[in-house]
Design a protein around this ligand. Structure first.
Ligand code: ASP
Length: 506
């Protein structure tokens, strides 16, 4: 009895000591971010991160460490045998926890920018290593990640994207994307918008591109389509009374290979009720100006308010509906926004080879309303080629970064658009019956816009390809080289989906 009590007591004491030691250990070892090291001069700290580069000077071994917040130089002195031995062994991209003292560098060792002479971040301090724990080793990287990557083939960068993303340029772009998107979310939230997710497995909207389709296992022979945009859903949310919707939405369009297109891309999609064209344009202009002034203070907006150019003037003067109106095209920090308005609603389709006749199709969005003065032409199906739409596109330095319109909110007007495009009554009912019913169920006047987030982030970061701002980008041919997609699926999957492939891809 007595012995058992002593035994239990010993266990408790042992446990308590272990706890105290652990707490102490973790207090000493608490991780400091590299960006904060300047506050710890003369103190012992512990950092966690990657070996950026190692320079062996025989006795002295210099190692640059990197974490998400920055880089720091560390030195292993031969007097500290243990740290020196590990410093000798570790290689680029190994993952480590390093402990040491933060020291001021001697004046002549301070690292300064060669051009400006300004001290580099952490250029005036270094860590004298006490200990290095290797948390994980790494195979030799397929390319140098300390450069901007421009010398590396894009396919290799995409295949090893998880390594490529470690480079400063990629980290800066992806973090900038986060800040832009967060800023948009915050601004819209302050303005009473709410973010609502809409389905990915759906029946697609006719936005003019080919759909990606997904076969149904439960009902063989039926297919979902991935949304080309949340257009119909966002309008239905207006019918549902939300009044102010937005979404950072993924859109899917199966378009032919183009160097700077991605099969999936991101839109900042919004819709508002009881508004006219001016309201939507004013809100979006305000948001774009705020993003630039708050997130990119070094950039200059050429003209505020954004100039407005009609489609006709743009075509006459610039031969494009995406005019680059910059006064100085050599200035990388000049942002020339403009609105392009007054687009024709419809354009002629190619001639039917059998009948020799051509019909009409929409230029932008079949759900748009005509400008109010053209509503009677739409309803009477008169002078179709002259009808102007409420569509507004926002263009930046020659790239369309967004577009939207006021919508037809009565079923009769939407029905007319489909009739002009030559859709038979039954097809209109089958494909758009739900929209017509919704518009006839108390739909408020509404309109919206969508921004191409990938393009906006690309331009803001002076990049030339949207792939630089998409974490896991696909090639121009729509391939994910890292995951190896698209790829074959198993016989079992084919059987379950009731699909037989006639011609196999080689
Ligand atoms: N859904 C349209 C698009 O993706 C944008 C809009 O009109 O809101 O271009």
């Amino acid at each position: 009895m007595y012995l058992a009590q002593i035994y239990r007591c010993t266990i408790v004491i042992q446990y308590t000591i272990r706890q105290i030691l652990t707490i102490k250990k973790y207090n000493i070892m608490k991780r400091t971010y590299i960006k904060d090291l300047n506050n710890f001069i003369g103190k012992e700290i512990s950092i966690s991160g990657w070996v950026d580069i190692r320079r062996d000077h025989g006795k002295l071994i210099f190692i640059d460490f990197r974490d998400m917040s920055g880089k720091i130089q560390a030195v292993a002195l031969p007097s500290n045998k243990e740290a020196h031995e590990v410093a000798n062994r570790i290689r680029t991209e190994w993952v480590v926890r390093a402990t040491g003292i933060v020291n001021k560098r001697p004046e002549k060792m301070i690292s300064k920018n060669k051009e400006t002479g300004v001290i580099e971040p952490n250029g005036d301090i270094e860590i004298e290593l006490k200990n290095i724990d290797v948390l994980n080793e790494a195979v030799t990287p397929p390319f140098d990640i300390r450069s901007d990557g421009k010398e590396v083939g894009e396919e290799t960068r995409l295949k090893y994207r998880y390594i490529d993303l470690r480079r400063h340029r990629s980290q800066k772009n992806i973090r900038s994307r986060h800040r832009i998107v967060k800023h948009v979310r915050d601004m819209l939230d302050e303005n009473g918008f709410i973010e609502i997710e809409t389905p990915i497995l759906t029946k697609s909207t006719p936005e003019g591109a080919r759909d990606y389709v997904v076969p149904s296992r439960i009902e063989n022979g039926l297919f979902y389509a991935l949304p080309q945009s949340p257009q119909q859903y966002k309008q239905l949310l207006m019918v549902a009374g939300f009044e102010k919707y937005f979404q950072i939405a993924r859109c899917f369009r199966d378009e032919d290979t183009r160097s700077d297109r991605q099969p999936e891309f991101t839109q900042m999609d919004l819709e508002m009720s009881f508004v006219d064209r001016e309201d939507v344009m004013a809100l979006n202009e305000k948001m774009l100006i705020e993003i630039v002034t708050k997130q990119f203070p070094e950039k200059k907006i050429q003209a505020i308010p954004f100039p407005r150019i009609t489609y006709k003037d743009s075509m006459d003067k610039y031969k494009t509906d995406r005019p680059d109106i910059r006064n100085d095209k050599n200035d990388p920090d000049l942002l020339a926004f403009c609105w392009v308005i007054d687009f024709p609603f419809f354009e002629k389709t190619d001639e039917d080879p059998l009948t020799g006749r051509s019909g009409w199709t929409f230029t932008h969005n079949p759900f748009s309303a005509p400008k109010p003065e053209f509503m009677s032409s739409l309803m009477k199906q008169e002078n179709i080629g002259d009808i102007l739409t409420t569509q507004y596109d926002v263009v930046l330095n020659g790239f369309e970064i967004g577009g939207g319109s006021i919508r037809n909110h009565t079923p009769a007007a939407l029905q007319k658009v489909f009739e002009i495009m030559g859709y038979p009554k039954e097809q209109i009912e089958k494909n758009f019956g739900h929209m017509l019913h919704a518009l006839g169920s108390g739909a408020p006047p509404h309109g919206g816009i969508a921004w191409g987030i990938d393009r906006l982030v690309t331009l803001m970061n002076n990049e030339s390809s949207i792939r630089e701002v998409i974490a896991f980008a696909k090639t121009g041919e729509g391939k994910d080289l890292m995951m190896d997609a698209p790829s074959e699926i198993s016989e079992k999957q084919f059987r379950e989906l009731g699909i037989e492939i006639k011609k196999k891809h080689k």
